[in-house]
Design a protein around this ligand. Structure first.
Ligand code: G1P
Length: 271
């Protein structure tokens, strides 16, 4: 069973400047709710019991958001507003399941994952990238269901326009399993159009084996001098680990870009 999830939150959010110059992007409200809460709700609904946040000193505001008890208690006492009370109780529920670890240097997603090594208990864990919101269908839940059938690793996949391939991790497809799932033969981080083996992109939901830590501790920095989780996964695939690409059926919202962030509020308000 997949019971633990990790969420890298140490990114600088430069694509959303100036909104992120003092404020972590994951706390920016999307239709009246911080983006990170959508990700947490996806985890809870998928049966996750513990979530590890990888933050940095610069992003301690995220931790404060879940630990501002004194302020809440005072307001609840003064105002007796049932809405605020309910929200506070929700935040306490989230807090009970969150652990914080630090990644103070932005050395890449792979490096962020490595920071969680001593907390991961089971053979597999879930990773969610908070910029990638998927609405209408719980992608993590669908992926856990697939994993439970065969104990293989699973990653979310979406068709993207060919001219945008260099923005994503791109899959080379192996054997098709069914309408929505296929075996991954290769995965390449941000290839040029010429080198891209397909237009199937990695979207930020991954079920990864614990064995990845061994690879991550040895791997050399790749594109942009960062340690990429994609490169570690590629290495696992080449060591005969089975990875399934899952074409999810929900709607993808790229909250890490300004256009996507604005659109996400509009889309969610229509739900
Ligand atoms: C990361 C991954 C990339 C993936 C993307 C999905 O890139 O490295 O493989 O396709 O998330 O959002 P980033 O958005 O951090 O540049």
């Amino acid at each position: 069973m997949i019971k633990q999830a990790i969420i890298p939150l140490a990114g600088l959010g430069t694509r959303l400047l100036p909104l992120t110059s003092v404020f972590p992007k994951e706390l920016l409200p999307i239709n009246g709710k911080p983006g990170i809460e959508y990700i947490l709700d996806e985890c809870v609904d998928a049966g996750i019991k513990e979530v590890i946040f990888i933050i940095s000193k610069k992003k301690e505001m995220i931790k404060n958001y879940f630990y501002n008890d004194g302020f809440y208690k005072k307001i609840i006492k003064q105002k007796k507003d049932p809405r605020i009370k309910k929200e506070y109780q929700k935040i306490i529920r989230y807090r009970k399941m969150i652990k914080f670890v630090y990644q103070n240097k932005p050395l890449g997603t792979g490096d962020a994952v490595l920071k969680t090594k001593r907390y991961i208990k089971d053979k597999f864990f879930l990773m969610l990238l908070p910029d990638d919101l998927i609405i209408k269908k719980n992608c993590s839940k669908s992926m856990i269901k697939i994993h439970n059938q065969n104990k293989f690793s699973v990653m979310a996949s979406m068709n993207v326009r060919k001219k945008t391939v260099s923005r994503w991790g791109i899959y080379k497809m192996g054997k098709k399993i069914d309408k929505r799932n296929f075996f991954i033969k290769d995965v390449i981080e941000k290839p040029t159009i010429k080198k891209a083996p397909s237009n199937k992109a990695v979207i930020g939901r991954y079920i990864i084996p614990k064995t990845i830590f061994k690879i991550l501790s040895k791997i050399k920095p790749g594109k942009g001098h960062e340690i990429h989780i994609t490169d570690a996964i590629q290495s696992l695939i080449h060591k005969q680990n089975k990875f399934i690409g899952h074409n999810f059926s929900g709607k993808y919202l790229d909250c890490g870009s300004m256009n996507g962030y604005i659109k996400s509020s509009l889309e969610i308000s229509k739900l």
